[in-house]
Design a protein around this ligand. Structure first.
Ligand code: F6P
Length: 363
């Protein structure tokens, strides 16, 4: 191996830059490889658009959120939108162009940082004979193959700060405040942020909720002398009666209402059910993805990056770097994508120790 290439695809995630830095530094310093980075994910690979990555270029990005390689969502060279020659567009498998461009740039190994979409293409390139190493990317922490992903702790730390801060107003005004937290279909970020930030109620997709139960919870807190409640609401939280909040529309409403998300819908319902409290909702959205990353993620990103280099050195291509217990490890791309294909995600265990601990302290 002489030259490796990096690319990042899908949404940005805290720690991506730190991984890019770790891969680049370890490749150059430890193994003497050259490193290039395709910009805008697979689109850059298609357009042969890349930058040379040097230690100098990456040295200071150890704590910066986002990705200096930029990213493109949903660019899949196996099903890529190209000009049809008649002024229109058509979808085509252009993966051979990607393979050719790797050859042209003298790339021996492609290191792909991404979630299931991006890693599915990585698997397909691997099937075409390209030497590929995957590094998972999801702050939602919902990938079964790895015990933890970088970005999750940073996102949860920002989520925690939101809940901390909302407690101030909730307490001062005896309000009920719902705070929506990202996490897609999993409740990890809401659970961690809620527990750490002292939310007194946490709604996660793994445990469907009823407004009635929340009303009882608020009343109990009133009786106990805590006339305020901050509720951490996972964006994927589910009403037990099946009420759906898709995007920003309440589907079941006879006259669909546009809302800020599920926290806004919960707040709306609570406002009607709890007349003795003012109710508010906030949705920090992508704010929890941005800014500097936490020290734990800085270390984890370094470990993911350095492990990728180890796999390259050992020729263990077609694998994704994972964390198993305390050790860095790897799982085949086939298995990781197989899990994603069959909707296998790592969810909070509703009967697990973490949820029991939350309940034990009154959440
Ligand atoms: O997977 C990361 C994540 O931030 C999820 O928590 C969230 O559901 C989604 O991405 C948001 O995606 P987008 O940035 O495309 O709106």
């Amino acid at each position: 191996v002489k030259r490796i290439a990096l690319l990042s695809g899908g949404g940005d995630c805290p720690g991506l830059n730190a991984v890019i830095r770790a891969v680049t530094k370890a490749a150059i310093n430890e193994y003497g490889y050259e490193v290039i980075g395709y910009v805008y994910g697979y689109r850059g690979l298609y357009n042969n658009d890349y930058i040379e990555l040097t230690v100098d270029k990456v040295e200071s990005i150890y704590k910066e959120g986002g990705t200096i390689l930029f990213s493109s969502n949903k660019d899949n060279l196996f099903d890529y939108l190209v000009d049809d020659g008649h002024g229109g567009k058509v979808k085509k498998d252009v993966s051979d162009v990607g393979v050719e461009n790797l050859k042209k740039a003298g790339v021996d190994v492609l290191v792909v940082l991404g979630g299931d979409g991006t890693l599915t293409s990585a698997r397909d390139f691997s099937r075409k004979g390209v030497n590929v190493i995957g590094i998972p990317k999801t702050m939602d922490n919902d990938l079964p193959a790895t015990d933890l992903t970088y970005g999750f702790i940073s996102a949860s730390t920002v989520g925690t700060e939101f809940i901390d801060r909302l407690n101030t107003t909730a307490k001062s005004h005896h309000r009920v405040i719902c705070c929506e937290l990202m996490g897609r279909d999993a409740g990890w970020i809401a659970l961690y942020s809620g527990m750490a930030g002292n939310a007194s109620c946490i709604l996660i997709p793994e445990i469907p909720f009823t407004i009635d139960n929340i009303v009882k919870h608020v009343a109990k807190r009133d009786e106990e002398g805590y006339p305020y409640t901050v509720i951490a609401v996972a964006e994927g939280a589910k009403y037990a009666d099946g009420t759906k909040v898709i995007g920003k529309i309440v589907e079941d409403s006879p006259d669909p209402i546009r809302l800020g998300g599920i926290a806004a819908k919960v707040a709306d319902d609570l406002e009607k059910a709890i007349p003795n409290h003012e109710v508010r909702s906030v949705n920090p959205g992508h704010i929890i993805r941005g800014g500097d990353i936490q020290s734990y993620d800085r270390i984890l990103s370094i470990r993911f990056g350095v492990k990728a280099l180890e796999l390259i050195k050992e020729g263990k291509f077609g694998n994704v770097v994972t964390l198993k217990g305390e050790e860095m490890s790897y799982t085949s791309l086939e298995e990781v994508i197989g899990d994603a294909k069959f909707g296998k995600q790592k969810h909070v265990d509703p009967e697990g120790e973490l949820v029991k601990a939350a309940k034990a302290i009154g959440i």
